[in-house]
Design a protein around this ligand. Structure first.
Ligand code: 3PG
Length: 249
């Protein structure tokens, strides 16, 4: 049996401001930093150790990983960074307030943009400064394939090849793997691992800073998965994530 841990970054500045973030490289808030420390301490208390770590090229995930590794006294660990673990690209919604967008376009439309499997948000247009194609961190991503917006299906399509070619060999080699990524890139991986239907994936919300353990069989099929925190804490945090995008209170 293999065990891996998935972790969404701690609260970011734009989580706090309730803005669509996607590939925008925003920092953690103080609360997000505290959540990362909490996740690291929880993993340490529960006796978790790792030989390999994976994260995106966005600082909210990288900082969360660094804090967790510091808490585990594993700052020397080999870390793999890839844009393939980035948050789902939120296209032209990036930067907009979720509640204001819901007031303008309706809750149903915003739910489709946030949670549906196959419908992309409106795309970035040519010349939009949010189109960071020349950023060196995307040097391995052909310009023509830099996303203008992604639906979850697109995120699955770019994450799964990385999972298969990079992460799976590490797991099969017996390395204990920690993956620190984002709400929707983790939804993409979980959809794939748990074979969740296109309809049911709409209901999955991943809280910030909560370690999620996957136990996998010899063929890397999930045997069980569970959060380390108490169930009521997780349910509340999931509901909070789901609520974002609703009308302002
Ligand atoms: C974002 O990119 O805005 C967040 O990281 C995830 O947001 P969501 O829960 O609205 O998809």
């Amino acid at each position: 049996m293999y065990k891996i841990v998935l972790l969404r970054h701690g609260e970011s500045v734009w989580n706090k401001e309730n803005r669509f973030t996607g590939w925008t490289d925003v920092d953690l808030t103080d609360k997000g930093v505290a959540e990362a420390h909490g996740a690291g301490r929880l993993l340490r208390r529960e006796g978790f150790g790792f030989e390999r770590a994976y994260t995106s090229v966005l600082k909210r995930a990288i900082k969360t990983l660094n804090i967790v590794l510091e808490e585990l006294d594993l700052m020397w660990l080999p870390v793999n960074y890839s844009w393939r673990l980035n948050e789902r690209h939120y296209g032209a919604l990036q930067g907009l307030n979720k509640a204001e967008t819901a007031e303008r376009f309706g809750d149903d439309q915003v739910l489709v943009w946030r949670r549906s499997y196959g419908t992309s948000p409106p795309p970035l247009e040519d010349g939009d400064e949010r189109l960071t194609v020349d950023d060196p961190r995307y040097a391995t991503l052909p310009r023509s394939r830099y996303p203008r917006a992604e639906c979850l299906k697109d995120t699955v399509a770019r994450f799964v090849p990385y999972w298969e070619t990079m992460i799976v060999p590490d797991i099969l080699a017996g390395h204990r793997v920690l993956i620190v990524a984002h709400g929707n890139s983790l939804r993409a991986l979980i959809k794939y691992l748990d074979s969740i239907s296109d309809e049911d994936i709409v209901k999955l919300n991943i809280p910030t800073g909560q370690p999620l353990v996957y136990e996998l069989d010899a063929d890397l099929r999930p045997l069980r998965s569970y959060y380390l925190a108490d169930e009521d804490v997780i349910r509340k945090a999931e509901a909070e994530v789901a609520r974002h995008g609703g009308p302002r209170e």
